[in-house]
Write a protein of this length. Structure first.
Lengths: 363, 1021
């Protein structure tokens, strides 16, 4: 059955409907990672987004419980050049397309994804939708235009845990994570190192968080615009006076805002597994997993006088010189924009978890 | 950190002649490295014995030595040039081994040369199996259980411990030469013996079998700040058991989950760190058990490899270029990505297409050899195809192969399934046929171990090309950033605008030569690259079309726009559509583009230079014969027959001995000599030529001459006249040749020049033409004329300093020879010898005999002030170490007996002990030369083969003619090859060898750079 992608500027790409029946709208983004489709789909940071996979083939090795980054699919849809649905690959527990269908997530295959990406590259991130072939284009356009813009959108509330969840470690520090969309890879990296992770809803107040009396706080990744999360930023400011705080991705953006830095929307975001990030303190370059549409404004390498004391903009993305990491110099806090936990992507930066834990233990 | 200021002059070692396992990819990597080092302001000294390379073009180095890649020679170069550093990681295994030797013998330390790119210790940790395994274990990585053996006894212990099957690989050999998979105890004993003999250090590795596991390769780069990136992952569709050079491979990997892929990535990084390759590229091979996800490190190359060339072409990330920059001190983030120009090289390419590599085999050239594929590489070339999907890439690769004959796919399903069980060159053709017949994928998977995803995609191959053809760019980043460098492939999509950005300048399309194969090798790529350079110099855009990843032509830097596409009429016409070129050059890439000439002309595409009519005129025997007659030139009698019966009837009219071949062939394919009707009948029974048959009188013992000339339609310029060392009857591609001719008189040379001029003008040549002549007594015969670039163009260019292909291209673009100021006789004062490199040691069971069918894979050049010294250098460069003394064994046919005496006399004079079979011995004795008669094979024990096998013979001179002598000769040559004893199969070759041995007694010959040779006056004796 035919389907099409319609973008808010009227650009249309045709393909075949795969996955769940029906139409869906969201922000159309692309990831250049060549493996890890299931991890991406289940990453809460992709909430309300339609993922365009630039890699030619998707679904090759099926899906499995081990590749889940959360307990469900968060992305709104999948746009692909070519997709298969077989469950007999070694290690596969279900076929890729059957899994999308079972989870009610529409997909489209046979799309000239390269042309689509080139369009987004020049036009910037756009709202759009995947529509069944029989949906009239006018109706589709209306639905796309009804989709709210990602700018100013609070999606953390949609993906956060309703109840506190505790993952026991083994003798390591106890960490409280403010859940704006945590991934299993992060939980695993902490618990494997012995840490206990208490995951609390992002709506928790500073008092509730402090009442847990952990060794440190962790700010997790997540979807949406960090500028729409002022209440969380306020909470973080309160936390920072007492315990070490570290963050990843959205957590990095929120910590930066707490320090008084601004965030802004990137033209089309960073999503993939190949971005080089340099730690300007050591000169070391890591190949990183990336998934963000917003970034922190600033000059790489600069030490600034922030609202939380001196802060150094420690990491830079060598593709476009955007800020990838910050370290507060007067309080034990730091954060990175990229994903050291991988899932999917390279494991080059796993030692950051040791660094976090070192700071938590020292506190 | 910026470039190192303490280095000024850097020595780069090339990889020598094209052999199986080491092909033109090292010209690509070496040329890139030289270019970068010159750009960085270093002086570059290059040693490479292969004249058919771009890297040995004089402008690619400060001093270029086309000299043997041997420790003594390189030491001389170092003494002369005094380089500060040696970069050994871009010239394949040859350069690496040579650097290792020069380190071990103290040369580098004594002469103050630093190894850059890889240290001695790193080379040893990667290459010595024991140290590699220990290094991997220390890094917490698993290698296959294995053991090292230095003898059959040691090997048997492993057999008992691990059980069969076992993989046996000799240490320090190219492409696994001498190794194999032992499935039975008999296999085991045999492969262990050949493996021990093949290893220069008498060491073999016996591996626990991981047959059937998935095979993956990762290309890794590291800088001295310890930044590491993975350039590309490559998945072998064939599971473990087939050498990766012989496997059909895919990039990026398709069947591993992200979790397992990241494990491979982590391990590849751990490997390069543990081995200690401080800067540059390495290739790490893994086996992955699909069921358990166990990972085993198979091996790593601490250097740029065939796979890195493939990875560079597959991703647009120029590994060799970056490796060279890293070696002189840069870090990855200091080097810009050439393709995007906006991002740094410290990243990992993202692909939004699929690349398929297919090996190209040449088993048809070596009847009787085992055509099964295993750990011992047998392919002679490869093609790469880029598609938007796997199916598109695979389909394009299939048509890029240019098979001479379609694989036979008859037989029952069961018979074909049997065939699948043992990997073979045609296994995917068989597999596709079985899919067409409806055999289930489960069955195919059981027989081949191929991942089900590939089997499914193959089943849908037909649907891969639905939609419209459009052109997309290879940009290293899956379109995330704009690409500046135009590197394109065609893709089928629902609809779509081409991404080709073609400016306003006129363009000229150059059609490349496709996969390397015997008869069409790197020489043609060299010509195509020169055409691109010339087109660019003329102010036009050069547009390259080719599908061979092992070449300089498919470097995106070579042309203004590169189309990585199959060379079929359809594919080329699609490019013509977007390019609208001013003209297309079809005469530089060998038969591949030439075959398209008529189709392109018919489609109204303008062809530059010689027009198809002239090609037809030269190839049509009847019309060409008439033309020769008109010009007063002689040709050997010939006949054209429609059937074998007709040929047998015509044979007496032509006269024996005669050459017989099918009418349309490449590299003398299926061409044989017949001395009588029985041999001719036997030929037809074996070869069964379909279509027309050529019979040519064979001018026995004639001197063969090759001429490369350029014609502009008014004027003719003779670039080079080469005399073959072997007599007529040996394919010109396999014959050694010398420039200038060493035994032709001035009058004959003038006659040759005149004949060439007349032919070029009469044929209407515009561009290059090659003519082959036979000098038979006092008479000159035209054997054939080819109005296109020939295999000898690079050799002549290197020997004379005149870039023939560039001159020809200028003429094709409209310039006149008269305006180019070319020297009348560019030969110079030195002598250059080209020698062919034969692959016989790779194909056990084949006859190591030169003949009318070309079988060499590559060539070398020796340059000196005299012919014997140049010949000795050329022999040394192909690996034939002519002995300084010892025992020479001579056996020749009756007609050669008068001539053999001269050889015997010369060898005797320099102190050889001469042994010969009875007839030959008698002839030698009559001249008063001491000689001992030894047994022929049929004489029983202690015969000549026993002598050779015992190591009692140091030089063999054996000329075979006629059928009876061939079988005896076959055994002699086989034994000589197995023992590595130089074996000359022609009188002229034997004579040249004897003279070369005498010349070598004077001392190690001096080395000369091309720049010196071609400077005014050149080198004097």
């Amino acid at each position: 059955m035919s389907a099409y992608v319609l973008l808010e500027d009227g650009t249309r790409f045709d393909g075949e409907a795969v996955g769940a029946h029906g139409s869906v709208t969201g922000e159309v983004v692309f990831t250049t990672g060549m493996s890890g489709y299931q991890e991406s789909m289940t990453d809460p940071s992709f909430a309300r987004q339609l993922i365009t996979f630039t890699t030619a083939h998707v679904g090759n090795y099926g899906v499995s419980e081990a590749a889940m980054e959360s307990d469900r699919i968060h992305a709104a849809g999948a746009i692909m050049r070519s997709a298969v649905d077989y469950d007999d690959a070694p290690g596969a527990e279900q076929g890729w397309l059957s899994w999308l269908r079972a989870n009610g997530v529409p997909g489209i295959a046979g799309v000239d994804t390269r042309a689509l990406v080139r369009h987004i590259r020049s036009a910037g991130a756009l709202r759009g939708g995947i529509f069944a072939g029989d949906v009239p284009e006018r109706e589709a356009r209306e639905r796309v235009h009804a989709e709210p813009s990602m700018v100013g959108r609070d999606l953390a509330r949609e993906v956060t845990t309703p109840e506190p969840r505790i993952f026991e470690g083994d003798g390591g520090p106890r960490i409280v994570a403010l859940d704006t969309g945590i991934k299993r890879s992060i939980i695993r990296n902490f618990t494997e190192r012995g840490a206990t992770l208490e995951i609390l809803p992002c709506t928790s107040t500073a008092e509730e968080l402090l009442a847990r009396d952990p060794d440190g706080f962790f700010l997790v990744p997540g979807p949406g615009d960090p500028a729409a999360l002022d209440s969380i930023v306020e909470t973080i400011r309160t936390l920072l006076t007492s315990k070490p705080v570290f963050g990843i991705c959205l957590g990095h953006q929120l910590l930066s805002r707490a320090a008084g830095l601004e965030t802004y929307k990137l033209p089309f975001g960073h999503r993939g597994a190949n971005h080089p990030v340099k730690d300007l303190r050591t000169g070391r370059i890591a190949i990183t997993s990336q998934n963000h549409g917003f970034a922190v404004a600033g000059v790489p390498g600069e030490i600034i006088d922030s609202e939380l004391g001196a802060a150094q903009l420690t990491h830079v993305n060598l593709y476009d010189n955007t800020i990838e990491g910050i370290r507060l110099l007067d309080v034990p806090a730091g954060c990175v924009q990229y994903h050291p936990e991988a899932g999917p992507g390279p494991n080059d930066s796993l030692d950051l978890f040791d660094e976090f834990l070192g700071a938590f233990s020292a506190a | 950190m910026p470039r190192r200021e303490d280095l000024h002059k850097i020595l780069v070692l090339g990889s020598g002649p094209i052999v199986i396992g080491q092909a033109a990819e090292f010209d690509y990597s070496g040329a890139q490295a030289c270019k970068v080092l010159l750009e960085e302001g270093y002086e570059v000294v290059l040693v490479n014995s292969n004249p058919a390379t771009i890297m040995t073009d004089p402008e690619f180095a400060t001093a270029t030595y086309v000299e043997p890649l041997l420790p003594g020679t390189v030491r001389q170069v170092i003494e002369r040039e005094k380089p500060d550093a040696l970069l050994p990681t871009l010239g394949g295994q040859t350069a690496l081994n040579l650097a290792k030797t020069l380190y071990e013998d103290g040369t580098l330390e004594e002469l103050g040369v630093e190894l850059i790119g890889a240290t001695y210790d790193a080379i040893c940790r990667a290459e010595d199996r024991e140290r590699f395994d220990a290094t991997m274990q220390a890094a917490g990585l698993r290698t296959a259980r294995n053991t090292i053996a230095h003898s059959l006894e040691e090997a048997r212990v492993a057999l008992d411990a691990f059980g069969l099957p076992l993989i046996i690989r000799p240490a320090f050999t190219l492409g696994g030469r001498g190794g194999g998979i032992a499935r039975t105890p008999e296999d085991f004993e045999r492969i262990v013996a050949t493996g021990l003999a093949a290893s220069p250090i008498g060491q073999i590795l016996i591996d626990e079998s991981v047959l059937g596991w998935g095979e993956y390769e990762l290309e890794v780069m590291r800088d001295h700040a310890d930044n590491v990136v993975i350039v590309c992952s490559i998945e072998n569709i064939d599971p473990m058991g087939v050498h990766t050079g012989d496997s059909v491979t895919v990039a990026p990997q398709q069947t591993l989950s992200d979790r397992v892929y990241q494990k491979l990535r982590d391990q590849a990084i751990a490997v390069i760190r543990a081995v200690g390759v401080e800067t540059g590229g390495s290739n790490v091979q893994f086996a992955v058990n699909p069921a358990t996800e166990e990972i085993v490190v198979i091996e790593m190359n601490p250097r740029v490899s065939r796979s890195s060339a493939l990875a560079s072409k597959a991703t647009g990330f120029p590994i060799a270029k970056i490796a060279a920059r890293l070696a002189v001190g840069y870090t990855l983030d200091e080097i810009p990505n050439d393709i995007t120009r906006a991002t740094p090289a410290s990243f990992e390419p993202a692909l939004d297409y699929v690349v398929v590599k297919w090996p190209r085999f040449a088993f048809e050239k070596f009847p009787g050899v085992d055509a099964g594929l295993s750990t011992h590489m047998k392919s002679v070339g490869e093609v790469m195809a880029i598609g938007r999907t796997f199916g598109q890439a695979f389909g394009k690769a299939l048509r890029s192969r240019e098979l001479d004959a379609q694989p036979a796919l008859d037989g029952t399903d069961e018979a074909l399934l049997e065939r699948l069980q043992t990997p073979s060159a045609d296994r995917f053709d068989v597999l596709l046929e079985l899919q067409r017949r409806g055999v289930a994928d489960g069955e195919l998977r059981a027989r081949t171990g191929i991942d089900p995803w590939f089997l499914r995609e193959l089943r849908q191959l037909d649907t891969a090309f639905e939609g419209v053809r459009t052109f997309k760019a290879v940009d290293t980043c899956a379109a995330e950033f704009e690409a500046e460098t135009p590197y394109y492939y065609s893709a089928w999509e629902r609809s779509g605008a081409s991404e080709v950005r073609r400016g306003d300048r006129p363009s000229v399309m150059i059609l490349g030569s496709g996969p390397n194969r015997i008869g069409q090798g790197i020489e043609f790529d060299y010509c195509c690259v020169h055409a691109a350079m010339t087109v660019r110099e003329s102010g036009r855009d050069a547009v390259m079309v080719n599908c061979n990843p092992e070449t300089v032509s498919t470097d995106y830097d070579t042309s203004d726009r590169l189309y990585f596409e199959p060379l079929t009429l359809d594919d080329v016409l699609a490019i013509v559509d977007v390019e609208q070129p001013e003209g297309v050059i079809v005469s530089f890439g060998g038969q591949t583009p030439l075959k398209l000439a008529a189709g392109l002309a018919a489609a109204g595409v303008p062809l530059l230079g010689t027009q198809p009519e002239a090609i037809d005129l030269a190839e049509d025997r009847g019309r060409f014969g008439a033309l020769l007659e008109q010009l007063g030139l002689k040709a050997p009698p010939y006949a054209l027959a429609a059937t074998p019966a007709e040929a047998l009837e015509a044979a007496p009219r032509v006269g024996f001995p005669l050459l017989v071949r099918p009418s349309y062939v490449l590299g003398g394919r299926a061409m044989e000599l017949a001395y009588d009707e029985a041999m001719l009948a036997d030929y037809f029974a074996r070869v069964r030529p379909g279509g027309e048959i050529f019979l040519d009188r064979f001018l026995e013992n004639a001197i063969e001459v090759d001429v490369d000339a350029i014609c502009d339609g008014e004027d003719v310029w003779i670039g080079g006249i080469m005399q073959h060392v072997e007599e007529a009857g040996i394919h010109s591609g396999d014959s050694a040749c010398v420039l200038p001719p060493h035994s032709l008189g001035v009058e004959m040379l003038d006659e040759i020049r005149e004949a060439t001029r007349a032919l070029a003008l009469a044929l209407g040549v515009v561009g290059l033409m090659n003519v082959q002549y036979g000098v038979y007594g006092e008479d000159l015969y035209v054997i054939e004329a080819n109005p296109r670039a020939s295999r000898t163009v690079p050799f002549v260019s290197k020997a004379t300093g005149q870039p023939l292909a560039k001159i020809a291209c200028r003429v094709m673009l409209g310039e006149k020879l008269a305006a180019l100021g070319l020297p009348d006789d560019p030969a110079g004062n030195h002598v250059s010898v080209k020698e062919a490199v034969m692959p016989f040691d790779r194909f056990a069971g084949t006859d190591a005999l030169l003949g009318p069918e070309m079988r060499s894979t590559g060539e070398v050049m020796g340059v000196a002030v005299d012919f014997p010294t140049a010949f000795a250098k050329a022999q040394a460069a192909v690996g034939t170490r002519l002995p300084a003394g010892g025992t020479a064994f001579l056996t020749v046919t009756d007609s050669d007996k008068p001539a053999v005496m001269g050889i015997a006399a010369q060898l005797h004079d320099v102190g050889f002990r001469i042994v010969a079979t009875r007839g030959t011995a008698a002839a030698i004795k009559r001249m008063g030369i001491p000689v001992e008669a030894i047994n022929k094979i049929q004489d029983g024990r202690n015969n000549v083969v026993d002598w050779i096998e015992r190591g009692d013979v140091d030089l063999v001179i054996n000329t075979p003619t006629g059928t009876a002598a061939r079988s005896d000769g076959y055994e002699i040559r086989r034994a000589a090859i197995a023992r590595g004893v130089p074996s000359m199969t022609t009188i002229a070759g034997g004579m040249a060898a004897a003279r070369a041995i005498a010349a070598a007694r004077v001392g190690e010959p001096a080395v000369h750079s091309l720049q010196e040779l071609h400077a005014n006056g050149g080198v004097r004796a």
